[in-house]
Design a protein around this ligand. Sequence first.
Ligand SMILES: Cc1cc2nc3c(=O)[nH]c(=O)nc-3n(C[C@H](O)[C@H](O)[C@H](O)COP(=O)(O)OP(=O)(O)OC[C@H]3O[C@@H](n4cnc5c(N)ncnc54)[C@H](O)[C@@H]3O)c2cc1C
Length: 259
Amino acid sequence: MKIAVCVKQVPDTWAEKKLRADDSTLDRESADGVMNELDEYAVEEALRIVEAGEGEVTIVTMGPERASETVRKALSMGADAGVHLVDDALHGSDALATSEALAKVLSGRGFDLILFGSESTDARMSVVPAMVAERLGVAQLTFAQKVTVSGGAITIERATDYGYDTVEAATPAVVSVVEKINEPRYPSFKGIMAAKKKPVETISVADAGIDQSVIGASAAWSAVVDFAVRLPKAAGTVVTDEGDGGVKIAEFLSAQKFI
Ligand SMILES: Cc1cc2nc3c(=O)[nH]c(=O)nc-3n(C[C@H](O)[C@H](O)[C@H](O)COP(=O)(O)OP(=O)(O)OC[C@H]3O[C@@H](n4cnc5c(N)ncnc54)[C@H](O)[C@@H]3O)c2cc1C
């Protein structure tokens, strides 16, 4: 089975995130880049599927030069190869443009299964997998907490508020995963060394046949028109109990209209 996993490099979850003053896009330089957490689960699931049967796992990313670190991390977990779409023209792309670019990179490579995380931790649109499936004209099985592959069929348990739905589709298909699905492995030392020799194809917008007019900030359907920096947290109110603590708390809650 030929599997692709789309992974995104995002600013470290714990880093203070900032927007750039010049174009209101996310400042990716000021924080360390890491693999989007949910994408680690997607990589893990792809590796498990291949280990239980046969096939190969290709990592696909769209992002600046340093997003190649994220591809290497997935390779050190055990994936076989990578494709990195990198081009200044992609800067400022919205979800529609991102899905168009990824679909162009994925198309024609003969993937049976294309795995995604279900949401990125930086933009959190949670729409790219569905958009890519639509553009490729293949089934979308989203929010998978379990994936079973049998011949040409993919069956998932789709996480819902009330439990799960069992959904099935024929390959090729797009699947997005939630964190309940597995426990991602840590790259081993051997895996890190092996990853250095694995092939990573670096391609540009022109190489992928992407129409320049539908990507980048100028083509985005939405834009950040204004933003404000979050105010520092105000110090809390300390109530000193001098025998009247209960009354003071009740007065405070009443003043805040909690009671
Ligand atoms: C209000 C708003 C305004 C925005 N304005 C701008 C802007 O002006 N400029 C700008 O640059 N961005 C902007 N963005 C961010 C931009 O829309 C997203 O980076 C882009 O659309 C991808 O969406 P996402 O990360 O939310 O994907 P999601 O749909 O949350 O991601 C789901 C999955 O898709 C895959 N995926 C997503 N992106 C990639 C990728 N690049 N490579 C490989 N796999 C990927 C991953 O598997 C991921 O887990 C904005 C976002 C919002 C919410």
